[in-house]
Design a protein. Structure first.
Length: 569
């Protein structure tokens, strides 16, 4: 197909009648999307602009106002580039009319832009539609005389041009104003005039609109039965042909008629339907996008005007440039001073943080020195005194005769107790010398204790299992020594009282949660009938210091299990 034929085809689609296009917006949306692609392929800019304008119209009647705005502004820019003033005037006016429910000030501004441009080129066809729509804005602002003036101007032009699709719009608008002026007979005559033309030319949207007007007319003259009938017809027609704005308006008017007749159930349902349709087309996202696109277009236009003014007034505006330069210099100086002050403040803040850190380190060092001094005193004084006691006891045993066996046994017990005290003292000093105890240290300490216990207790099998994932975990000195003491005391109880042949220790850790399990296969005890002594009380006291819990379970001839659980701080 030749380019000329493609151009004609694009134009024929763009020039379809208004009634045809809005009768099925879903169908024609796809048609105009395809039309844009065809026009872009051959770089036919007028065809692109007309297709954009038609796409905007389709989106408007579907309630997609962000896309309506986007394509209307695209079309207007292209018309301006092509110097098609009649098309540009019509675009401004149509967009202004579409804005009437969203932004009245912008609507009036765009309408006046379109009107002035059309009047400057004496484009009667465009002016007939613009006068009509501008009358609507005046009516919405309650300026009824002005509205009638513009409606009548439009009607005269349309009748002169024999514009049958356009005549009903003006006739209906005049009819509704007459109704507001309490002239129902004149209003009905004009409505009938418009409705007849619309039925004759099969104007789908026009029929829907006139059904709505008839409902409103009979509502105003308080013929509610006929009003309800027409509103229901209008709802069915507008829903069938996808006119959401008309649908929600019909539901709203129908609700008020039902309410006036005290049929509140039907009034409520109609109003709910009105809100549902309204919410579907008026949402905040749409309004925001529309506003952004308006601003984008207005900014672009203002920038063009500023460039023109600058070219004309360049010489006169040199003093503005100088003033602007001084302002920039002042801002830069202010910024430099601010930056300098900010850096000074940050430096002072860092110095204070460093002082705090040094003070904390100094305090920790003093605590560590104190801890080391106490541990040395314990080791040098208490340790040496206990060692002297052991040596004295051993010398006393050698000086006694065999018939003093009771005294020898007492001295032997006292020597053993003193040795245990020294061992515990060493463990305490070990814990005190460390700010933190790694699990590796604790593991070695437990292993050494178990190894010594195994040497001292012939015939007892010891088992020690510790997970390998403790590398990042460390305990405080209190946590470390208490954990170690609980294991130590539990093993000692198994050796001294349980007559066990097997003792196992297992240490588990998961997400800072520590679990230590000590089991033996000894004689056990009856939990219900046995009074537990100081050993268990000591275990519970140490568990409490860990903010943990300890659980002791035992069965006769099956052994005892001790479980310690606590969260590492």
């Amino acid at each position: 197909m030749s380019q000329n034929n493609v151009t004609k085809q694009i134009d024929s689609v763009n020039n379809l009648s208004y009634q045809t296009k809005i009768a099925n917006t879903t169908k024609f949306l796809k048609i105009y999307q395809d039309n844009v692609a065809k026009a872009q392929k051959i770089n036919y800019k007028k065809g692109i602009a007309d297709s954009y304008s038609n796409l905007s119209l389709m989106y408007y009647f579907q309630g997609k106002y962000d896309l309506n705005t986007k394509f209307m502004l695209k079309a207007t820019r292209l018309y301006q580039q092509l110097n098609l003033k009649d098309k540009q005037a019509n675009s401004f006016a149509v967009y202004g009319y579409q804005l009437k429910l969203r932004d009245m000030n912008s609507a009036v501004m765009y309408m006046q832009k379109g009107m002035k441009l059309a009047e400057s080129i004496k484009d009667e066809f465009s002016l007939s539609g613009i006068y009509d729509n501008y009358g609507v804005l005046k009516e919405m602002q309650n300026e009824l005389d002005s509205a009638l003036f513009f409606y009548n101007k439009s009607l005269k032009i349309k009748e002169k041009l024999k514009d049958n699709p356009g005549i009903p719009y003006s006739a209906n608008k005049i009819a509704l104003v007459k109704l507001m002026q309490n002239k129902p007979r004149e209003a009905k005559s004009l409505l009938d005039y418009a409705f007849k033309i619309r039925k004759d030319i099969k104007d789908i949207y026009g029929i829907a609109e006139n059904l709505n007007y008839y409902g409103f007319y009979f509502k105003q003259i308080k013929d509610d039965k006929r009003s309800i009938n027409y509103f229901n017809q209008a709802i069915e027609w507008s829903k069938k042909h996808d006119f959401p704005y008309l649908t929600q308006d019909n539901f709203k008017e129908l609700s008020s008629v039902y309410e006036r007749n005290k049929d509140f159930r039907k009034a409520l349902q109609a109003f709910k339907n009105h809100i549902e349709v309204k919410d579907s087309i008026f949402n905040s996202d749409v309004r925001n996008k529309q506003s952004e696109l308006d601003i984008e277009y207005e900014t672009e236009q203002k920038e063009k005007e500023i460039l023109i003014q600058k070219a004309k007034l360049a010489e006169k505006n040199l003093w503005i440039l100088g003033g602007f330069s001084l302002t920039i210099i002042a801002i830069l100086l202010g910024f430099l001073l601010f930056s300098k002050q900010k850096q000074k403040t940050l430096q002072l803040q860092k110095e204070n943080e460093l002082k705090d850190a040094l003070l904390k380190i100094e305090t920790q060092n003093k605590l560590q020195e104190q801890r080391l001094r106490i541990s040395r005193d314990l080791h040098d004084n208490i340790g040496s005194q206990l060692t002297f006691i052991i040596s004295t006891i051993d010398n006393l045993k050698y000086g006694l005769k065999d018939n003093d066996q009771k005294i020898i046994n007492k001295l032997h017990s006292l020597s053993g107790f003193t040795k245990e005290t020294i061992a515990e003292l060493r463990d305490t000093i070990w814990a005190m010398n460390k700010d933190k105890i790694s699990f590796e240290d604790l593991k070695i300490r437990i292993s050494n204790f178990i190894e010594n216990a195994q040497i001292a207790s012939n015939g007892i099998d010891f088992e020690f299992n510790c997970q390998d994932n403790f590398a990042p975990v460390s305990l405080s000195s209190v946590e470390g020594i208490n954990s170690y003491r609980i294991i130590q005391e539990s093993i000692n109880n198994a050796l001294k009282h349980a007559k066990a042949t097997k003792v196992s220790v297992e240490v588990l850790c998961e997400n800072q949660f520590i679990e230590i399990i000590i089991k033996d296969n000894g004689i056990g005890f009856d939990e219900e009938n046995t009074v537990l002594g100081n050993g268990l009380s000591n275990l519970k006291k140490r568990a409490k210091e860990l903010n943990g819990e300890i659980l002791v379970t035992s069965q006769l001839k099956k052994g005892t299990t001790i479980v310690l659980k606590f969260n590492k701080k």
